[in-house]
Design a protein around this ligand. Structure first.
Ligand code: C2E
Ligand code: CA
Ligand code: CA
Ligand code: CA
Length: 279
């Protein structure tokens, strides 16, 4: 037994050390990322049921050392643990307001809406709402063009406090979406209490809805629920024409996914989706 244990320890330790090293290296890199302008927003288009462009979701990208692209799935959790998500999230808001300002200057982009993702830790900063208000005022944008996508993790802390904060944000004129809807707990009671403008059906349901009757039933039930509550519902992760057809048959109002467009750098996105020559 002893030999076996020693064996396990020998194998286990270097691996654990490697994980710690990678994390520490990632953290140092992420701290530098903000200073060295290695972060960028990519945009993925969103459409209405007639196929009209309604706007985009901004998705964060980190070009580590200026080149390797690190996925947000790999650095957002670390940014949340270390608190770096707070300055990063503030940077995202600044970029989003600057983009909306430039969209607002042209007739062909003025109607577009921009959704950004907000982490729980960022949302719960005491000065989150006042800083958001400052950015909106400084950039002189129409706040109704900005949408914050929140997940259930934001709510888990304290419902009354979350409600109050959400009302403050809505009184600025900013819209709120509940992201990844359906995969957490007690989402229905959140809908009862919290003032979301939009639901985003989690992409896992969309991915499985054609092969799995239960996922299909959940998707159509979420769409019916959204209609009954007078909320917009958007499906994300729409990858195939079959997905699109199923969602249309179930009267889905809004769409996002690789079928329509991949996330692109802002310039490319603007050229691809709003240039009068190519659209
Ligand atoms: P999310 O908010 O659920 O974003 C949707 C993710 O699905 C994005 O991954 C997007 O690129 C991807 N996606 C879009 N269409 C399709 C499709 O048709 N099929 C599939 N399989 N995937 C699709 P991405 O860009 O890697 O972002 C991952 C997550 O990182 C986001 O999930 C969000 O939770 C987080 N994130 C991204 N940007 C930010 C940010 O600025 N702030 C915060 N706090 N989190 C962010
Ligand atoms: Ca999102
Ligand atoms: Ca999502
Ligand atoms: Ca997600």
């Amino acid at each position: 037994v002893k030999a076996e244990q020693q064996d396990t320890i020998r194998v286990f330790n270097p691996e654990m050390q490697a994980v710690v090293d990678i994390r520490a290296e990632l953290e140092t890199g992420l701290r530098a990322a903000l200073e060295h302008a290695e972060l960028a927003l990519f945009l993925q288009p969103q459409f209405d049921r007639e196929g009209g462009l309604i706007g985009a979701e901004a998705l964060l990208r980190w070009f580590r050392c200026g080149t390797d692209m690190v996925s947000p799935a790999d650095f957002i959790p670390l940014a949340e643990d270390t608190g770096l998500i707070v300055p990063i999230g503030q940077w995202v808001i600044g970029e989003a307001c600057a983009l909306l300002r430039s969209w607002g200057k042209q007739a062909r982009t003025r109607h577009l809406r921009l959704a950004i993702n907000v982490s729980a830790r960022q949302f719960h900063q005491p000065d989150f709402v006042s800083r958001l208000a400052e950015e909106i005022a400084a950039s002189a944008i129409d706040p109704s063009r900005l949408k914050l996508e929140l997940t259930e993790t934001v709510i888990l802390a304290d419902l009354d406090y979350t409600l109050q904060r959400m009302n403050e944000i809505r009184s600025l004129g900013v819209c709120l979406a509940l992201d990844d809807f359906g995969i957490g707990y007690s989402s229905l009671s959140y809908l009862k209490h919290l003032p979301f403008d939009q639901l985003k059906i989690d992409q896992s349901f969309v991915r499985d809805m054609l092969g799995d009757r239960r996922s299909g039933a959940i998707v159509s039930a979420i769409l019916a629920l959204g209609r009954a509550l007078g909320m917009e519902v958007i499906a994300e992760g729409v990858e195939t024409h079959e997905h699109h057809a199923f969602l249309q048959d179930n009267d889905c109002g809004f769409y996002q996914g690789y079928l329509f467009g991949q996330p692109l750098p802002i310039d490319e996105w603007t050229q691809r989706w709003t240039d009068p020559v190519t659209t």
